[in-house]
Design a protein around this ligand. Sequence first.
Ligand code: HEM
Length: 146
Amino acid sequence: MEFKITNAVMGVRPPVTKPHPGFLHELGEEGMRKLVDEHYELIRNSDIAFLFPVNDEEDFEQAKKNAADFFIQICGGHPYFNDNRGEPRMVGRHAPFRIDQHARKRWLELYAQLLPQLEDKGVKKEYIQSFWNYLDIFSIWMVNTK
Ligand code: HEM
């Protein structure tokens, strides 16, 4: 597996390939929620914590839920995000937050810390790689600040 971070050019939205459904299939919904939970807990102790609702436990838990709902949906699972939040419109939803290259890089690095251990939980390397490739490229879309 190679967790490479593609250079982001602000305003450029490279075509995105959804993660392989095998990722969710092997990880399971609970596994996905645990992954997102752990990512947010790493964020809490990072230099991008200021972007997230770390001072309000209820909002922070809700943020985890929304993100996990989305990832389950994008991996071919139940459309929880559409059910609970409506159309994804991810770029628009990130617009209120000043996301720069550094924030994207850190956000990705925190996922890179967590993904290797999924192999021990029975998720094939190629599926983990496909999830990473999705995060790497789609996160470029969210960069909205120089
Ligand atoms: C693959 C790329 C990404 C995906 C799929 C994604 C997904 C999401 C989702 C689903 C939400 C919840 C939106 C809602 O329900 O309103 C969210 C919120 C958020 N995301 Fe992302 N995100 C991505 C990249 C990033 C990056 C790179 C950053 C910056 C470091 C970031 C920062 C945030 C912030 C600050 C929120 C709001 C938290 C809150 O108060 O709910 N996201 N993201």
